[in-house]
Write a protein that binds this ligand. Sequence first.
Ligand SMILES: Cc1ncc(COP(=O)(O)O)c(C=O)c1O
Length: 402
Amino acid sequence: MSDRPPFTPSRRSRIAPFIVMEVLAAANARAAVGADVLHLEVGEPAGGAPAAAVEAATAALAQGGCGYTEAFGLPALRARIAAHYGDSYGLGVEPERVAVTVGASGAFILAFLAAFDPGARVAVAEPGYPVYRNILAALGVEVVPLPTTLATRFQPTPELLERVAGPIDGLVLASPSNPTGTMLPSAELARLAHWCRRRGIRIVADEIYHGITYGEPAESILAFCRDAVVVNSFSKYFCMTGWRLGWLVLPEDLVAATRRLAQNLFIAAPTVAQHAALGAFTALPELERRIDRYRADRAVLLDALRGCGLTRVAPADGAFYLYVDVGHLTDDSVQLCKELLEDTGVAVTPGVDFDPARGHRYVRLSFAGPSDEVARAAERLAGWVASRRPAEAAAAPAALAH
Ligand SMILES: Cc1ncc(COP(=O)(O)O)c(C=O)c1O
């Protein structure tokens, strides 16, 4: 018998699990025993990578050119990404400021490490993508939760930030956001950027859902602020989730620091995926057609929700999510999601993933999957909700406009 103390995981690893992955595991377990499952839980675009991406990857493999790249990626890809800012936003971005990363996820690690020291305080909107706060916490950065409501489209504002006690070093922004899909109107984004700039608050803007919008196109934070760090990815608009490729646009003062971190943490992003990404940039018309499909599926889902009295839905300006208030049905959305999956095979995500304080009365529905699956899930979900809807809820007025 050894008398050494037992090994324990580090304190920094004691972060919350990403519940959507656990919902996915429960749904997959159900599917594995032959039960049918309709996926409204994961934000994974149907259809996979565009053909041109696969062809470019195949050609690169055939040529055997898939050794390491430079830490910030293939020069041709960095130049193509920089040109994308001119094409899509009318902004000049130097290729030297672009770093190709292992997904947006790898980009967050690099950006947060480069921009913030342990003990720094970074504000994060709630509801929001849980990974921001979990990575920040694992890195020893203090997360300052910023509870948001529909009044500000679930987005941060200078007024909300002013209410925070104590100093703030950084702010994570996402417009369109996951889970709400809401966007900051351009003038609001400008006001927020200037407010942060005056106070030396570094913005890290997650622009992963840019390109997937249903009204106004999304504006990059770079239009208003050169000190911000932009995170983006090939996972959503480009439909290349498993290729694990994203990028950063860095302010000049963080380029060298981020390069040192990238060299040491990752060496480089996957080379075959970088070649595929170059191919994906030639498939923009095909990718645009996929947005039309999301738009139609979003309408199907919204109709079904309206039909069963679920009218309190955040205005989904972009992305492929609906964040739905189910507070009249439950005060335990985790349990509601379990029952829905058991009764109907429809998998949705409880809001607690995105908002630990108030998410127990919300669920998130994703319409990223195949259209026929979204339509069948919408029908089953509506039937199930209608069958358990309390009488008073049926008469409740629509609270959130669409
Ligand atoms: C808002 C947001 N940011 C980042 C990510 C992760 O992206 P990636 O696959 O590029 O790591 C996701 C994935 O769902 C997301 O919703």
